[in-house]
Structure formats: structure tokens, C-alpha cells
Ligand binder design. Structure first.
Ligand SMILES: Nc1ncnc2c1ncn2[C@@H]1O[C@H](COP(=O)(O)OP(=O)(O)O)[C@@H](O)[C@H]1O
Ligand SMILES: [Mg+2]
Length: 366
């Protein structure tokens, strides 16, 4: 069985690595010259508007999925007409490609989130600033990731600069949330409606980029996790979803506020490779293939550290027991995710001790 995957980044790489033990083969579609999936599977290198290449990609595939949510919707629609199964569904992709649609979806479904307004011009932005108050975050509706396409407005004088900085494109203005913590809940749903959720993951971002995840989330009280789990379950059902979905939350005062969703495997779920009974990657494949979902349980305390911009000396990580390296084979560049380290321990204290050892050896742990 060959699984077709749009996007050939590290998420695609980890999907393939999870699929080989299940006897699967993969075909990727990725326009970049270099891709983390190279050497691992067949790849079609073409642009997403090259329909001849898309047809070649689709030829003989039973299922197509994606590891990247900014795939042009027309390309996905084209493929959906040519393969028996395309998951997650087009509607989920459409909603999560556009922050205004995504936030409106949460609102409509009764899932709490930061107050927001869609703005299409500087005049609309000024009016939204007056209504929502400051500080506020301006975010492009489309193509944002790792904190790109965002500007923080502290005072009204920042309005014009922020609008220009983001290129004068359609945006959402959103209340700045002075959150206590950030966490995510990753869920998976099969085509038969079966759902499994991973324990909540606590995340630290810097400059908009995920640095560290801890699971199960040490600082997230049960009631916040319960609210988030209900929101993820509801989202999976409302979108008639198949595959893995991640939702990011802010823990602010007594509220868990939905920030955004990703219709794919997610960086905050990388810990599941070693830390959960079934990884998010394997469960995504199981879901899109209509196989029974695997257990999402964990019996460990796990930290996932992203390696960003440059790979530090990893001797200390190689030396620690039950510490796992994942390098994606990417060329180093500022702000780029090059790999991650997963530390798995039987107790929270041991996890803290191992992180202290890594920190002392010059590996960033938060
Ligand atoms: N409204 C907000 N209030 C406070 N911090 C925010 C807000 N929106 C985003 N952030 C911070 O920026 C990070 C990245 O923003 P996010 O909306 O998740 O975009 P993306 O991950 O797609 O770049 C968040 O994880 C959070 O740390
Ligand atoms: Mg995010």
C-alpha cells in the first residue's frame, strides 16, 4: 500500500518512519530542492499548480494526506477527485488555512478563544483596535507559522507600522492574552468515528517558535485539560474529521482559550514517538487507512526539546539513558527546526535532573 503525502518536511519524514514497520510505502509531493524525506521515499518535485505532476503523484494511490496545511486548496481538490480517500477532509483544511475562518469556527461551536476581529484595511484595523483595546496581536489570516506573520501592538501609534509590516494583507486582530501557560491537546479520529486523545502537552514558545514540550503537562490542572479535551472531541466530530488534529490552548485565569488548530501531526506531539504507546504519526496513518487506532496512553514523563537554528554539541544527549535524538537532515538557518531530543523518564524528578544535565552541557532546555 502506498500512502501519498503532500509536503516533504520533517513531519513527512516521521510519518514515513512510523509507517515502514506497518509495511507501508510512501510517495511525497514537495516543491523544495532539498527535503527531509529525501532518501527515505519516492518524491515528486514540482509546484502545487503543476497539475500534470499532481496527476502523476495521484496515480495508483489509495489515500492522500498532508503534513503541511498551506497546500493550495485547488491542488487538494484536484487530488480528492482522483484518489479514493483524501484525509483530513477538505473542509478541515479550508478552516485551518484561514485564521478568521478558524476563529469563527471555534466561536460558532461554542469553543472559547481570545476576542478577535477580521480586518481587511487599515481603517478596519483602527476600528478593531478601538473596540478590542491594547495590547493586541495582529496576525495574517493565511500562511503564518512559527510566529511569522504576526505583530504585537502595544499602543495606537503601532497600528500603521504593524499593518505595513505584515504587508497590508487581510488579517485578524486578536486580544493579547497574558497567559499563565500554553498547552496543546492532540486527538485522532478514524473514519468510523472512533476517537483517541493524547494527554495534554505543556509548551513553551520563544519568538513564536516551539522550544520545549512536557507531557503529561505538569502545570495544567485537570479541569483545563477536560475543557480542552471536550473542545478537541467536538472539533473532530463537527468537521467529520479523519486523522490527527492538534489544538493549541492558552491557560489564562480560569479559562482554557483555543488559540489555533493544525489539521495534521504536530510538533507538540513529537514526544509520542517514544513517550506514548502509539505515536501520533502511527495513529495518523492508522486513521487515514481505516485501521483501528492505537492506544494514546503514556506511562512516562517526557520532555521534547527542539533544536532550532543550529545543532549544539549532542554528546551529553547521547550519554543520557532513554534520551532520543531526531535529526531531520536540514541545512541550518536561523529560526529553522533542525531536529529534536526526547527525554523519557519514570518520574518527574528524574526528568528535571536529566534536563539540568543537558542544560549544563549547553543544550537549551526551555
Ligand atoms: N493573542 C495572543 N496573546 C498572547 N500570545 C500570543 C497570542 N497569539 C499568539 N501568541 C504567542 O505566539 C505564539 C505563536 O502564535 P500562533 O497563533 O500559535 O501562530 P503560529 O504557531 O501559527 O505561528 C503562540 O504560541 C503564543 O506564544
Ligand atoms: Mg501555534
Amino acid at each position: 500500500m502506498i500512502v501519498g503525502i503532500l509536503g516533504g518536511g520533517q513531519l513527512g519524514r516521521m510519518l514515513a518512519l512510523a509507517g515502514y514497520p506497518l509495511g507501508l510505502r510512501f510517495r511525497f509531493f514537495e516543491p523544495a530542492e532539498e527535503a527531509p524525506v529525501d532518501g527515505l521515499a519516492e518524491r515528486i518535485r514540482a509546484e502545487y499548480d503543476d497539475y500534470e505532476a499532481l496527476a502523476r503523484f495521484a496515480d495508483g494511490l489509495d489515500v492522500v494526506t498532508y503534513e503541511f496545511e498551506n497546500v493550495p486548496i485547488e491542488a487538494v481538490r484536484f487530488l480528492a477527485e482522483r484518489v479514493p480517500h483524501l484525509y483530513p477532509p477538505l473542509a478541515a483544511l479550508e478552516v485551518s488555512q484561514d485564521r478568521a475562518l478558524e476563529k469563527a469556527f471555534f466561536e460558532r461551536e461554542g469553543i472559547a478563544g481570545p476576542a478577535f476581529e477580521a480586518v481587511d484595511s487599515i481603517e478596519e484595523l483602527r476600528a478593531a483596535v478601538a473596540r478590542l483595546g491594547l495590547p493586541a496581536m495582529l496576525k495574517t489570516r493565511r500562511f503564518g507559522y512559527d510566529g511569522k506573520g504576526q505583530a504585537l501592538l502595544h499602543n495606537t501609534e503601532d497600528t500603521a507600522t504593524a499593518w505595513q509590516q505584515l504587508g497590508g494583507v487581510p488579517c485578524v486582530l486578536e486580544q493579547f492574552v497574558p497567559f499563565d501557560r500554553e498547552f496543546s491537546v492532540i486527538g485522532v479520529r478514524g473514519p468510523d468515528g472512533a476517537i483517541a486523545l493524547y494527554p495534554a502537552t505543556e509548551n513553551i514558545h520563544r519568538e513564536g517558535i516551539l522550544r520545549r514540550s512536557l507531557a503529561p503537562a505538569p502545570g495544567v490542572p485537570q479541569e483545563f485539560e477536560d475543557t480542552a479535551r471536550a473542545a478537541v472531541t467536538h472539533t473532530l466530530e463537527a468537521l467529520d474529521y479523519t486523522g490527527v488534529l492538534a489544538v493549541e490552548f492558552f491557560m489564562a485565569g480560569d479559562a482554557a482559550l483555543a488559540n489555533e488548530m493544525a489539521p495534521r501531526v504536530h510538533n507538540s506531539g513529537h514526544w509520542t514517538i517514544e513517550g506514548a504507546a502509539t505515536s501520533q504519526f502511527e495513529n495518523h496513518l492508522r486513521a487515514v487507512l481505516g485501521l483501528p487506532l492505537g492506544s494514546t496512553a503514556t506511562n512516562s514523563y517526557v520532555a521534547m526539546l527542539n533544536l532550532i537554528g543550529a545543532v549544539p554539541n549532542l554528546d551529553a544527549a547521547y550519554a543520557l539513558p532513554d534520551t532520543h535524538l531526531h535529526l531531520y537532515g536540514k541545512t541550518p538557518r536561523a529560526g529553522r527546526k533542525l531536529g529534536h531530543i526526547t527525554v523519557r523518564t519514570p518520574s518527574r524528578d528524574q526528568l528535571d535532573a536529566r534536563l539540568a544535565t543537558l542544560a549544563a552541557a549547553g543544550i537549551e532546555v526551555e
